[in-house]
Design a protein around this ligand. Sequence first.
Ligand SMILES: NC(=O)c1ccc[n+]([C@@H]2O[C@H](COP(=O)([O-])OP(=O)(O)OC[C@H]3O[C@@H](n4cnc5c(N)ncnc54)[C@H](OP(=O)(O)O)[C@@H]3O)[C@@H](O)[C@H]2O)c1
Length: 330
Amino acid sequence: MDGVALLLALGAALLADGGRRLARRLVLRLRRALPAEGKAVLITGCDKGFGHALAKQLHTKGFTVFAGCLLADKNGDGAVELKSMKSDRMKVLQINVCSDQEVAQAVDFVKRNLKEPEKGLWGLVNNAGVSAFGEVEFTSLDKYKEVAEINLWGTVRVTKAFLPLIRRAKGRVVNITSMLGRMVSPSRSCYCISKFGVEAFSDCLRQEMYRWGVRVIVIEPSNFVAATGILTADGIDAEAEVLWNGASDTVREDYGRAYFTRHVALMKSFVNSGLKDMSLVLNDITDALTSMHPSNRYNPMETYWWVRLQAMTHLPTAIADWLYIPGATL
Ligand SMILES: NC(=O)c1ccc[n+]([C@@H]2O[C@H](COP(=O)([O-])OP(=O)(O)OC[C@H]3O[C@@H](n4cnc5c(N)ncnc54)[C@H](OP(=O)(O)O)[C@@H]3O)[C@@H](O)[C@H]2O)c1
């Protein structure tokens, strides 16, 4: 592809994105919102980040919020803050999404605390998640399993447990995936595998749930690392130690310490990157829960990432890699 064709393609993509945003704003304005009053939503991972902020936003809108926290039993800061609201519509409960027992107890808690349990639960937001980085040759199989256990199997476990209640309400399942649930990036295989899995799970479930009147929706945020606690400099340092020490002698020799250190520095530069304002994500989740006609996918992201996502998912692989991945050749 020569330079002019590339510029034309990018120009068209930008125009399409502008149109997309305008159309979206119009659609959101025209869409009728369902009342929040009398509806209850369970959110996982409310200790901090998107989950914590979403719990507050949905509560303000009038929902009854079941805020699942990993550290509710240990009086974690996020759980304590939500409890201190002292609202009978803000119910904080312990949920580790990796625990069958805690998830079963959460179902019991929700049933006991719904005003009209026979009408079911309106919304489930599978938000709990962890991030990870590291090239394939540095990442242990245990790390792949650990991340999938939370991001993927945690989502499957919680969804299966709450579906009977959601079906009764003809409600909504909202899964927080990522733009990395539909396109990949070097050093992110661990995270991508887990999020691609959640996308596949959500797509299958969406098709199965049409007949029950349940909507299954995915939210695919871009980079909001600066706004949430998902990636910290200390966390990256600790993880880097594990990656380097866990690699074989051959891998350490072939890649070299200098390369590895540069790579870790690059990851650290992401800690303050991305959008600092979470409202794009929070408003899309709110729309997914309240709109009479929600979208199947929401892409809260900047134009750069939207264009890249379209390129990565629509262009021939060789061209997409050549455009975005250093070292790729046509
Ligand atoms: N931030 C971004 O740039 C971004 C972009 C795309 C997608 N996402 C996705 O958005 C979701 C929320 O991420 P975030 O950025 O808000 O991250 P965050 O600030 O780290 O929040 C994640 C939450 O999940 C909780 N959690 C971790 N393991 C858990 C477990 N086993 N069971 C229950 N809860 C658990 C954490 O609890 P503790 O605080 O107690 O550890 C925390 O409350 C994740 O699924 C993430 O993959 C984030």
